[in-house]
Design a protein around this ligand. Sequence first.
Ligand code: DON
Length: 317
Amino acid sequence: MAKQANSVDLEIVSSSLLSVLQDLHSKYKSLQEGAVANYIPELAKVNPDLFSICIVTVDGQVYEVGDYQQLFTIQSMSKVFAYGLALEDHGRDYVLTRVGVEPTGEAFNSIILDERSKRPYNPMVNAGAIATTSLIKGDGATERLNRILEMFRRYTGHDVFVDMSIFTSERSTGHRNRAMAHLMLNFGMIDQNIEEALDLYFKQCAVIVNCHDLAVMAATLANKGINPITGERAVDHQYIKDILSVMYTCGMYNFAGEWAYTVGIPAKSGVCGGIFAVVPNQMGIGVFSPPLDARGNSVRGVEVCQALSQQLCLHLF
Ligand code: DON
């Protein structure tokens, strides 16, 4: 649990939490920095002005402003949840033989493996996420995808679907990810059909959510794995610390250190422009705004989370 003072501070502001979000939304909506992701052609079509912020507390209260019902694909934020499912499928020790927990300090799409172990560095960068998703159990591609979709249903509280145009757009242009998968096949870190593993990873990234969903999913992690709206368990409690530790150290890529220093809570971003952050035992935060900075993190998302951390005293230390 975050230190006691945080809970007290949060209580003081809880009555005006919505107005805190409204103020941040109006302050940052005019910020015109960054550029929407265009390396997946379909993603480049998004409206850069879309902007929403949502907080869901572990007791199920919801505060949201802006375009919080706007749908988008979850992209890299899916990596967090797939890591949890791989841990449930195989246990910590085995997953650690296939993917490490070390930050890279490099871009999310760097083609690097740990020299000594040949593992990808961590499950939050693309190489590690492809290896992680290749571990998801199931009898064939359809069953494995269905297990991923069912997992997202538990986290969001509703059925989720894959955006097939984003999926095919990424599949036909994702040669860099394909190169990583081949490298990992060479070192025995992936041992199944490469195209099937990549398809599953691309589909997982193309799952459709909105900003409200992000906050509910984050709140589920904050609530020890139980969705605070539905009461359903989404992930085994024992893996929450694994998931949040890796989010904390690796979730924001080559901005992870500065994020830990300035915001101080586990978080994950995606090239769609989403960021979700987890305040253990208190709340989940979701922000959506498509323009990205040079490291692939939402410009407004980073600003909002830094401001929220300060105003609500969310930093863990
Ligand atoms: O693998 C990719 O390139 C995308 N499907 C996901 C990348 C992503 O969201 C990275 N996040 N900032």
